[in-house]
Design a protein around this ligand. Structure first.
Ligand code: SF4
Length: 445
């Protein structure tokens, strides 16, 4: 434990939303392209020219309605998804005064809806007599729930945490998005008639035989909940955390983590950068990120890297953790690091190998791992589902069914999912596959 421990607490959202007149001016710059590239680059295929056209004529409600046809969570995605790397990256206005700020326009509309007396809710169609249970209420599960309900299904979601939302509520720091936005958009899913049961450990509480009697299908959107750690020798009182733990504590204040003054974070993704930014905002004296490869290999959004960089993050490339040194109190006093060299494999991948005799030490009192997540296998083993060579749930690509055809799976428990908007698209796709399969199978309840 460090000399001046920090007790983690939350932040206020720092996102600045443009004014209505600014938004209308910005909408006025759009070419309203036919066959717009921005829509094709959007993981959920948002009709960008369509909603901007409505915005220009000050039809905010109509514009929002159009967005919500393909993205039920625009307040969230416009704050945390990398629009600059998706739809804005291909905007035809890019070379002439910069791309249209699609994300900011969506945010204005989402905030307008949230602040209105009657926030938009779509009409619910007639029941098709099918009922679905979903395990996991992250972006993929919520998005699937919306799509299933809008196709006439009855839906119940089981969530292990005490609040719904998955990465929305546990993983995105409050300085990027306020709880109000999340509560509104997650709440609007429940307003569609979706039932939610929280605080339920599916592995212990869900019996597959009774599930098969009560539902037409079960969907697993359980993400990759287990944080990876390196196999090292730790101090007895080692202050070793995971990035996910840090971010969850900030959001839910579930655990009071006491951190030191010299924090070392291992890993170069968004979780690593978000944890670094959060700790520096809390006033931690020094936060150093180590990464095995170079900047261009880091799986991080540019905006999140820049935020950590502006907050004062130090970074060491081509460096890996090799050991932890403890003091007489069995607390961390330093870390052993090694330098790496990059080599390209035959299939074009860049791998990092340690350099012989390159060991050195660095003072540190807290270590945080942000080196990726893995599948929590409890439920998978309980349901006896097949997994693939990547350790994820194996599904039929055409139907999204697992090795048990009653059980479907989607999201990061099945494949790599880089952004929240992509996770939403995966939820829509699995829901459409489920509806098609359930209707082909016939029956109903
Ligand atoms: S590509 Fe750019 S200019 Fe064209 S419709 Fe999309 S946002 Fe508008």
């Amino acid at each position: 434990m460090g000399n001046m421990p920090k007790v983690i607490k939350g932040f206020k959202e720092e996102t600045v939303t443009i004014s209505y007149p600014e938004a209308i001016d910005e909408a006025g710059r759009c070419y309203l392209c036919h066959d717009a590239p921005c829509s094709k680059a959007s993981p959920v295929q948002t009709d960008v020219a369509g909603f901007i056209s409505r915005m220009r004529s000050r039809n905010f409600r109509g514009a929002l309605r159009l967005i919500k046809e393909t993205n039920f969570f625009p307040g969230i995605t416009s704050r945390v998804s990398p629009y600059d790397e998706q739809c804005e990256a291909v905007c035809l206005h890019k070379r002439y005064g910069g791309p249209i700020r699609i994300g900011e326009l969506e945010r204005v509309l989402a905030d307008f809806d949230r602040g209105s007396r009657r926030p938009y809710l779509p009409e619910i169609p007639e029941s098709i007599g099918k009922s679905v249970a979903i395990v996991g209420s992250g972006p993929t599960g919520l998005s699937a729930a919306v799509e299933l309900v809008l196709n006439g299904c009855k839906v119940i979601i089981y969530e292990a945490a005490r609040v719904a939302g998955g990465v929305f509520t546990k993983g995105v720091p409050s300085y990027l998005i306020s709880d109000d936005v999340i509560d509104h958009e997650v709440g609007s899913v429940l307003s569609l008639g979706v039932d939610l049961v929280t605080g339920i450990n599916a592995g212990e509480s869900i019996n597959l035989t009774s599930m098969k009697q009560s539902f037409d299908a079960l969907l697993l959107t359980i993400g990759m909940e287990k944080s990876r750690r390196l196999d090292l020798e730790y101090c007895k009182k080692a202050d070793v955390f995971t990035g996910a733990e840090i971010l969850e504590s900030l959001k839910l204040k579930a655990k009071r983590l006491r951190l030191g003054e010299k924090v070392l974070i291992v890993g170069g993704g968004n979780v690593s950068m978000d944890a670094a930014t959060a700790l520096l905002k809390l006033g931690v004296g020094e936060v150093t990120v180590i990464y095995r490869r170079d900047r261009e290999h880091m799986p991080v959004f540019e905006s999140r890297f820049q935020m950590a960089h502006r907050s004062g993050m130090k970074i060491m490339y081509r460096t890996m953790l090799d050991g932890i040194i403890c003091d007489s109190q069995n607390a961390i006093s330093a870390v052993k690091l090694k330098k790496t060299v990059l080599k390209e494999t035959e299939d074009g991948r860049v791998v990092a190998e340690t350099v012989a005799d390159s060991e050195f030490t660095k003072d540190a009192d807290t270590v945080i791992y942000a080196i990726g997540q893995q599948l929590d296998r409890d439920l998978v083993d309980q349901f006896d589902l097949e997994t693939n060579e990547m350790g994820r749930i194996k599904v039929d690509q055409a139907t999204s069914q697992t090795s048990d055809p009653f059980i479907y799976a989607a999201g990061s428990c099945v494949e790599r999912v880089d952004t929240i908007t992509t996770a939403l698209a995966k939820g829509q796709l699995v829901a459409r596959n489920m509806v098609r399969c359930m209707l082909e199978k016939g029956g109903g309840r």
